[in-house]
Design a protein around this ligand. Structure first.
Ligand code: HEC
Ligand code: HEC
Length: 446
């Protein structure tokens, strides 16, 4: 394989079909392969309300979906809701009010918490409410006169079970991202990220790491995962997903996700109270997600491979690669990084081509959600890795991009760039059609 195609050393897969985000790294031992297989199974396993025998007990009391793969279908990315569609299956809405939590994170809404859970338990616990999407339009014009119509999302809330959200409420829609190569991103040394941030200060581009709360280490550390890099490790990201999205407790997040005002939710006998649901042994708290399950799924996510690049020697793709550098895209979407040791795997010093710096950047007013998340302010987003992006249509049947899926393809995604990336966007707008096509074709070769 040519060097340029080798996206992630021994974590590279040549699979390029609908299963290309689901392949394990080749270096797994037999024991590790078994854990991977178990984690894969558990990623796809439905959660249910006890004592339903058709799934794992511990869903809810409020939740968004009943399993990981409902939002990350084939480990891929969800699409945005269409016009007048509800936010379901991979689109969720983060909520908060101005201020900081004790850990320096967003201050949860006093009644609705930090995420709108759109489902509850029939006849027992109400869903918090629904979010519905509608789109306006915004026109952008290339230097050569071609016009692109961007869709501007507008979210409205309905069927709110505990009254209006209130004027102070901060909201942020987030789409479920794809899961490739995450163990490698976790393994990029902090020093590398700090070094990139330092070098960018001279460039008109000034990325900075998010600093977030690590629940297990009880310390503030660099954030890496999520659209605002608000999760420090894959383990905590997975536990947070169980807590917020599925409603299942872990040792990291042992309390059911029930704000004080939600009486039915709080009063439901829960594992933490050691009062039923088969989740207590003697006096000891056993979380709904038992530790081995959290370990398996974390390992699964960590060991996922990255698709090899395709068409690397195509002259048009090479021209696009040159324009990607010339257009300063590579300043944030950093093409090559080197990992330190990958946790749980005997791999270290891997050269990876993720096209991210994992840093936060001011992306301008048009993309702003105005909702701070630890150090990330209302205009900042983490540079998303671009590896695997060219297979999105093959895996998930759509090409919706950006944190809320508003961009319907790569061209639209670039045209939404502003703030620190405004100069890049303007270079793109000024390019001839053949150059723009080449740049897009390069991105689609990733
Ligand atoms: C309701 C939909 C939904 C469910 C269910 C869900 N996720 Fe996610 N997931 C998301 C969204 C949305 C994000 C982005 C969150 C953000 O940026 O705040 C995300 C982010 C992630 C990330 C970080 C990816 C990255 O590139 O930074 C991982 C890993 C992840 N989820 C794993 C899981 C696992 C494992 C489960 C099951 C335990 C799960 N998710 C269940 C919607 C979901
Ligand atoms: C200042 C840093 C920066 C520069 C420069 C930059 N980007 Fe981005 N890019 C980002 C961030 C941050 C996002 C995520 C924004 C969001 O989701 O709202 C993003 C998103 C994207 C996406 C969508 C990715 C996804 O997973 O949804 C693509 C494609 C992309 N950029 C390509 C480019 C190209 C091509 C260029 C050069 C013309 C470029 N970017 C320049 C920071 C940058």
């Amino acid at each position: 394989m040519p060097d340029a195609a080798l996206t992630a050393g021994p974590f590279t897969t040549t699979e390029s079909g609908p299963a290309s985000y689901m392949v394990p790294a080749v270096l797994l031992s037999d024991t590790q392969s078994a854990v991977f297989a178990e984690g894969h199974h558990q990623f796809n396993e439905p959660w249910v309300v006890a004592p339903d025998p058709s799934g794992v007990w511990g869903l809810g009391p409020t939740f968004n979906e009943d399993r990981c793969s409902q939002c990350h279908e084939r480990n891929g990315r969800a699409r945005a809701p269409r016009e007048r569609e509800l936010a379901v299956r991979g689109m969720l809405i983060r909520l908060s009010v101005p201020g900081l939590s004790a850990e320096g994170g967003p201050l949860p809404h006093p009644v609705y918490g930090d995420q709108l859970q759109n489902r509850g338990m029939a006849g027992a616990v109400p869903a918090e409410g629904q979010a519905i999407f509608a789109y306006g339009e915004r026109e952008m014009r290339f230097a050569d006169g071609e016009v692109v119509r961007l869709r501007v999302p507008r979210v409205t809330f309905m069927q709110l079970a505990f009254g209006a959200l209130g004027d102070q409420t901060l909201t942020s829609p987030r789409i479920a991202p794809a899961m490739v190569g995450l163990g490698l991103l976790e393994a990029v040394p902090e020093a590398t990220l700090l070094d990139i941030a330092r070098r960018q200060e001279t460039d008109g581009i000034s990325g900075r790491p998010n600093v977030v709360w690590d629940v297990e280490r009880r310390a503030a550390v660099i954030g890496r995962f999520g659209w605002k890099a608000n999760q420090p490790t894959l383990r905590q990201q997975v536990a947070a997903a169980f807590h917020g999205d599925i409603g299942a407790t872990t040792l990291l997040f042992p309390h059911e996700n029930c704000p004080v005002a939600q009486k039915a939710c709080r009063e439901l006998p829960a594992a933490i109270q050691c009062s039923g649901l088969g989740a207590c042994k003697g006096d000891a708290f056993v979380p709904e997600v038992i530790p081995s399950r959290l370990d398996n799924i974390t390992f699964y996510v960590r060991a996922l491979a990255v698709p090899a690049r395709r068409r690397v020697d195509d002259p048009q793709v090479r021209e696009g690669e040159r324009l990607f550098t010339q257009g300063k895209c590579a300043a944030c979407h950093v093409p090559v990084l080197e990992t330190g040791p990958v946790e749980g795997l005997s791999a270290t010093g891997i050269t990876i081509r993720p096209y991210t710096d994992l840093l936060l950047h001011d992306m301008g007013e048009a993309l702003a959600d105005h909702r701070p998340d630890f150090l990330a302010d209302g205009r900042e987003w983490r540079t998303p890795p671009l590896w695997g992006i060219g297979l999105l249509r093959t895996v998930n049947g759509h090409t919706d991009l950006l944190h809320d899926g508003r961009a319907r393809n790569v061209v639209e995604a670039i045209l939404w760039h502003g703030g620190e990336a405004e100069a890049s966007r303007e270079m793109f707008r000024a390019m001839r059609k053949a150059e723009r096509d080449a740049l897009v074709r390069f991105v689609e070769s990733l």
